[in-house]
Design a protein around this ligand. Sequence first.
Ligand code: NDP
Length: 445
Amino acid sequence: MDVEKIMLDLEKKHPGEVEYLQAVREVLESIEEVYNENPQFQSAGIVERLIEPDRVLTFKVPWVDDNGKVHVNLGYRVQFNNAIGPYKGGLRFHPSVNLSILKFLGFEQIFKNSLTTLPMGGGKGGSDFNPKGKSNTEIMRFCQSFMLELWKLIGPETDVPAGDIGVGAREIGYLYGMYKKLAREHTGVLTGKGVNWGGSLIRPEATGFGTVYFANEILKNKGMDFKGKTVTVSGFGNVAWGAVQKVNELGGKVVTLSGPDGYVYDPEGITGEKVDYMLELRASNQDIVKPYSYEFPNAQFFENKHPWEVKCDVALPCATQNELNKEDAEHLVNSGCICVAEGANMPSTPEAIEVLQEAKVLFAPGKAVNAGGVAVSGLEMTQNSSKLNWSADEVDARLHKIMADIHSACVKHGTDAEGYVNYVKGANVAGFLKVANSMLDLGVV
Ligand code: NDP
């Protein structure tokens, strides 16, 4: 495989789609060796077919705010690859959303979903709509207008969206309500649903819990665990919340949280009532990080800074893409960080990953680490189609096992001659092989 040539061609076709090109390059570089060992992949054009989405759908989303003003946002669904199951991937509502970001996320989702061992293909969608500061009724009107277009493209056996940044339980409720009305059926077409109407227990916590289960496997593999470890976390959203809870349960101490405007450092640890306080702030749709430092006097707010300058044993970036850069990675290495596990999707820049791997920090990519979210979404689909609800313990046990299995797959495919586990390579190769072999079986379609 000629990675440079493939990338050049892709750049020509999709100029300026930085995040998408970055994600494709990372995967191609990781799978190059295994690809070249299997000439059947080359002759079936697997890579050329895999790096382009099956289809991209764009639509306008008009909606009216509480003052009667009309707004028009863009809506997207990227159906990337359905070789191993229906398209599956979240919806992101954020002003930064564009095609490049959704294609990067959809592409990553193919391998992530493959790693879970569940039958789910890769997709992603969303809108440049900003839910921040909007009233409930505005959010509802937006979601309804969005679904008016989306519903024709999705289905429980076709494409099953879920939440992501800016899309939590409330938005899934409004989206599903509209879908149900239009389709006149109650099916598992979205995941992350409320438990009263088809949702799975543990889904809200799943990505964060799974992130920590995976990080714990990394530590276990080196004879360590979370007990007594200092942990830095970024963000305070769906993922970060579950991660903080689970680190606390396993005996670690989380000392940071962050938002786009900076981070808070709480040397005493973010536990109990402090987590509850953050959840309250989050639910009230406010600027969530800074007020923490007013409420808890030992905490400090650092404006426009990243939490990676704080000394830690384990770092869990759980906010957004490219939030951990080369300089941040150098701070982490110099402060003796053992492990960086990505709760978010692609939070580390390629330069940061290079620094961490060079220093033999145990670095694991989002597509493996945060796969717990989509894994429990897959379990939600299974519960919906069998019309059963599993207990929280049952879902959690399955999640735990899936994360341990993903870790084993990464170790199998990513361990080098010196015993260092390159989790990026391991995750990409393991995820790729299942999809590539399925595509071979299915012919050129
Ligand atoms: P949320 O919107 O719930 O949370 C995102 C958090 O990150 C918020 O606290 C947000 O602050 C903060 N944030 C946003 N931009 C920045 C920035 N530039 N620097 C620091 N903090 C920032 O999203 P999720 O928790 O759902 O998603 C987080 C990441 O995890 C994303 O990469 C997502 O794709 C990934 N992911 C999510 C899954 C899920 O199940 N939800 C599953 C797998 C991956 P503020 O609210 O103030 O903007």
